[in-house]
Design a protein around this ligand. Structure first.
Ligand SMILES: Cc1ncc(COP(=O)(O)O)c(C=O)c1O
Length: 375
């Protein structure tokens, strides 16, 4: 038995850590070639230029602690969504808010429910809070809402619903979610994780689908918390800022659980500027719509199944060990995500990149799969 085993709480002993997408520098050191990162669903065009300017402008104020109430940003987000500021809570990324929600609502004996092959942080946040995570089966690579409703018991406090889902990229449309919420008991909070909201909304408009009534649920003070982030379309993953929208009373409890001063001066300034950077958002959305199609066609043409995406990444079934494919791709200078930790050891997730990055990926992928031992 290790030295500190007895000191650590029981649920932390079995807590697995998060396995992130491989950092660029580490991959380059390992492979000895220049790499591109298509592993963590980041914005391939960099941070919002307006956010860069805003961050530079506040660097000289970093001797001061940040505004703990994040009032200016909260106000601006509230106006943006036409909600009262009391319904908005800003945190150091939505990952941090997932931890806060879990620690506020869960304890040993209580449980949260999500789908298999969904965002791995749900498992970590639930276990770290002492709760138990129930992962129900999928249907058609997406959330199977009836299975979630059936799994709810008197000890259930949270349902985590990633919409679109990471890593499969599937969508639950507004009508299906309306029906689902009608069956949720008042003892359960539904976390609607809309990290990829902008991409999904862009696709939905083009495809004639109604994506989300999430803000209406918040206005109706339903048992719902909507999660959004500045990490994706705004290009600020490295700055760590996201937010939740939900009933004011619930958000007040979550606010007590935040780490003091966790959203930095730089992060607050960046998010304020990025929120209004329509040009940067537009560029990312247009590129994603066009390039996800080309990337998907390129992979399908080689005989692999790609799940139609509503986000900025593709889920591909390879039928062979994905970790080994990821290694071979890294040797060719491309970092993607093998999905073993998601329970899909023969699948990969590829972030949609710039046109050049996607061509580089397709060239490398073709080369690597041609050399594949068996198919
Ligand atoms: C479904 C989902 N939720 C939340 C996040 C985390 O976002 P943040 O960077 O705000 O912590 C991600 C990031 O990959 C995600 O895929």
């Amino acid at each position: 038995m290790s030295r500190f085993y007895e000191l650590v709480t029981e649920h932390v002993r079995t807590l697995g850590g998060y396995i992130p997408g491989k950092p660029l520098k580490q991959a380059e050191r390992e492979s000895g070639v220049n790499c591109i990162k298509m592993a963590s669903n980041e914005n391939p065009f960099g941070p919002s230029p307006l956010a860069i300017e805003a961050m530079q402008a506040v660097l000289g104020e970093c001797n001061f602690y940040p505004d703990h109430d994040i009032s200016e940003l909260r106000q601006k987000i509230a106006e943006h969504h036409k909600l009262p500021p009391e319904d908005v809570l800003v945190t150091a990324g939505s990952t941090s808010l997932l931890g806060i929600i879990s620690r506020t609502l869960l304890a040993p004996g209580l449980n949260a429910i999500t789908s298999e092959r969904s965002f791995v942080i749900y498992r970590i946040a639930t276990k770290a809070a002492g709760g138990r995570l129930v992962e129900v089966p999928m249907r058609d690579d997406g959330f199977y809402l009836d299975a979630i409703t059936s799994a709810i018991d008197p000890n259930t406090r949270i349902v985590f619903l990633a919409n679109p889902n990471n890593p499969t990229g599937t969508l639950v449309d507004a009508a299906a979610l309306d029906r689902f919420l009608a069956h949720i008991p008042p003892s359960v909070i539904v976390v609607l994780d809309e990290a990829y909201y902008d991409f999904a909304q862009h696709f939905a408009a083009a495809r004639g689908v109604e994506y989300s009534h999430s803000l209406d649920y918040v206005r109706q003070a339903r048992n719902v918390v909507v999660l959004r982030t500045f990490s994706k379309v705004h290009g600020l993953a490295g700055v760590r800022v996201g937010y939740g929208l939900g009933p004011a009373e619930m958000m007040k409890y979550f606010a007590r659980m935040r780490t003091t001063f966790s959203v930095s001066v730089v992060a607050q300034a960046a998010a304020l500027a990025a929120l209004g950077d329509e040009a940067h958002i537009h560029k990312a959305l247009e590129n994603n719509a066009e390039q996800s199609k080309l990337l998907s066609e390129g992979i399908s043409a080689l005989g692999y199944r790609v799940v139609p995406t509503w986000a900025n990444f593709l889920y591909c079934e390879l039928g062979e060990d994905a970790a080994s494919v990821a290694k071979r791709l890294q040797a060719e200078g491309v970092i993607i995500r093998p999905l073993g930790p998601w329970g899909a050891p023969t699948a990969i997730r590829v972030t949609v990149g710039t046109p050049e990055q996607n061509q580089t990926f397709l060239r490398a992928f073709r080369q690597v799969m041609e050399k594949a031992p068996v198919r």
